[in-house]
Design a protein around this ligand. Structure first.
Ligand code: MLT
Length: 393
């Protein structure tokens, strides 16, 4: 009989969101009439804009004709889409050759972890999106440093106490805390990476939510970042593509291993081995998002979710809770001092029929917190607010 993969066996029994779903199903067995409101997983709820839908329809029809049919596309993505991503999000701080279009941030992170393998040391924010740590464990990495991020340090790690690591994961705007990095924080990060010859994996999947005028939208706004950072971007939360699947990664030409070999070249090797390119239909949708009309539509969409976040934040603060995030991010990180996150999750489920995400599911430093997602439909957000006002946790 085949032996179970030791690394997989080391993972906590369930990935966070399926575990939440299990608890939800158990609750529904005993309370079949309950009308649950999901403010748990960050899944978009608003329809995709008409410009983008038209693009999906157009390319789908073409695919049904002899002249319009397309098989495999370039693994790195349609050239025009790569150019538009470089122009729109990076103002040409990076070039199209450095953009790799993908089926989304989570899948990209998994392939990146294959690229760097199991011998590297990594530093991960605590709390963090679970994929950084689980994917590292799967690769067999045992040198994992957790960098505590709390309100005391503005949810940004103290790099002065961090030993040298090969890879450092930073997510901004942060999932789950909602904190967006400042210029000065990113300058310190880039300086750390330069000094220690580390590579930053900068997860900017929520960059579209940054509205503050003095906040960097990409790490490449920091001088020299192209020598030390890979950036991950996504259409999921920007344009409602969570089910469509489309993202990208920036791997700069200037990023090298200690022997001077190009990281981008190795990434191209891994990506083209493990991935056949993003869906053509999704990529045509992405092209439509990046047209003038599409960009206006997604801005409205992002503003809608940020307004949800504002409504929730105001209510929770009026109820006396300390609420972080929710301004440049679609997540609210709510403090329940002295309480266990899963207990708060359960209380919110039982008393208000609201599903949230327990902070401890993102790491030990998340204990005592619960994350609220602002991705609900407006009527659900308003109903959740009514219900919240009637309970005490
Ligand atoms: C989340 O709720 O943290 C995200 O939706 C999960 C994801 O994007 O994979």
């Amino acid at each position: 009989m085949i032996k179970r993969n030791k690394q997989v066996a080391k993972l906590k029994s369930g990935y966070l969101f399926p575990e939440i779903n299990k608890r939800k199903q158990n609750f529904l067995i005993n309370n079949p009439e309950a009308k649950l409101i999901s403010l748990g997983i960050g899944d978009t709820t608003q329809p995709i804009s008409s410009t983008v839908v038209d693009a999906f329809v157009g390319i789908s029809k073409n695919l049904g004709t002899p002249e319009g049919y397309i098989g495999y596309g370039p693994e790195q993505g349609i050239e025009l889409l790569r150019q538009k991503i470089a122009n729109t999000f990076y103002k040409n701080l990076v070039n199209s050759e450095e953009i790799f279009v993908s089926d989304g941030a989570k899948c990209d992170i998994g392939r990146l972890q294959v690229l760097f393998g199991g011998e590297v040391s990594v530093a991960i924010q605590d709390p963090a999106y679970p994929v950084y740590i689980d994917g590292s464990i799967i690769q067999g990495i045992d040198k994992i440093h957790m960098m505590s991020c709390s309100f005391e340090n503005g949810f940004f790690p103290d790099l002065n106490v961090l030993d040298r690591v090969d890879l450092i994961y930073i997510c901004s705007p942060n999932n789950p805390t909602g904190a967006a990095c400042t210029y000065s924080q990113l300058e310190k990060l880039v300086a750390y990476a330069k000094k220690n010859h580390s590579i930053i994996i900068f997860d900017a999947a929520y960059a579209g939510y940054i509205k503050g005028p003095n906040l960097p939208k990409t790490i490449y706004e920091i001088k020299g970042a192209e020598e030390v950072a890979i950036e991950i971007g996504s259409f999921s939360k920007l344009a409602g593509f969570t089910g469509i699947r489309l993202g990208w990664m920036v791997v700069p030409e200037a990023l090298k291993y200690e022997n001077g070999f190009s990281v981008k070249e190795d990434w191209n090797r891994i990506a083209t081995t493990l991935f056949n390119g993003a869906s053509i239909i999704a990529q045509y949708g992405g092209l439509a998002v990046l047209e003038e009309k599409g960009l206006k539509e997604v801005e409205k969409l992002v503003d809608f979710y940020l307004e949800n976040a504002r409504f929730l934040k105001t209510t929770l603060e009026q109820m006396g809770y300390e609420v972080f995030g929710g301004i440049n991010a679609p997540y609210l990180w709510v403090h329940f001092p002295g309480k266990n996150s899963w207990e708060v999750f359960q209380e919110l489920l039982e008393k208000a029929h609201i599903i949230t995400t327990p902070g401890s599911g993102f790491g030990p430093a998340g204990e005592g917190f619960v994350r609220f997602s602002a991705y609900g439909k407006r009527e659900d957000i308003l109903l959740a607010i009514e219900r919240l006002k009637k309970i005490k946790i």
